[in-house]
Write a protein that binds this ligand. Sequence first.
Ligand code: ZN
Length: 244
Amino acid sequence: MRYVIFSDVHANLEALERVLAHAARAQPDAYVCLGDVVGYGPNPNECVARVRDLGAGTVAGNHDRAAVGAVDLGRFSPVARAAIEWTQGALDPAARAWLAALPLRRDVGGCLAVHGSPRDPIEEYLLDLPGALANFAAEPFACCFVGHTHVPGAFALEPDGRVGATELPPGSAVRLRPEVRYLINVGSVGQPRDGDPRASYLVFDDRAATVTLRRVPYALEKTQAKIAAVALPPLLAERLAIGR
Ligand code: ZN
């Protein structure tokens, strides 16, 4: 099976449509969404409908939970909080119900799929080797796909216990070695934060045991104009252009 795995759409419809059009060329057998469909961006209902109608196997992210009132907003920055409050007011009942019903974990071709991390699917940011090691120790997954940080890349645990960071060069298939365990971050569709403003997604071929990161430019000026036209913080428009 060939899976297209994407995350952190953040209500950015232009980026989502561009990613889905690009990803269709890989003729995927299934789509997987690692959460944060909403929050920050101007099109929460449209993005929920698109992901839902695509039939993407989706897990909940922290913004999805917050947008339906399921988590305390105290842990969010002032800008994130303002965006959540705007999103809460913008969501239609069908989108809210769909978001509220999302599970925290899924199986993807024998791999685990979560938003944040295996031990804390909603909140934990997997940023460094100690965090990766703690999650490898927490449960025996061979491979786990995550989002949440908006920075693509992977951590690999070798059979001798060493853990290292692995780059995922866009467009290059990376082979997953059977004796190695992986935590793989697919990056963000709607708000990349690795300094590259292009939308990010990943193709996972479970038979070939490869992952290929893809980056695609999209009409971010259009998203910026929409953010400016509603009561969302201007910073959310500015950061799209620099990928931070
Ligand atoms: Zn996010």
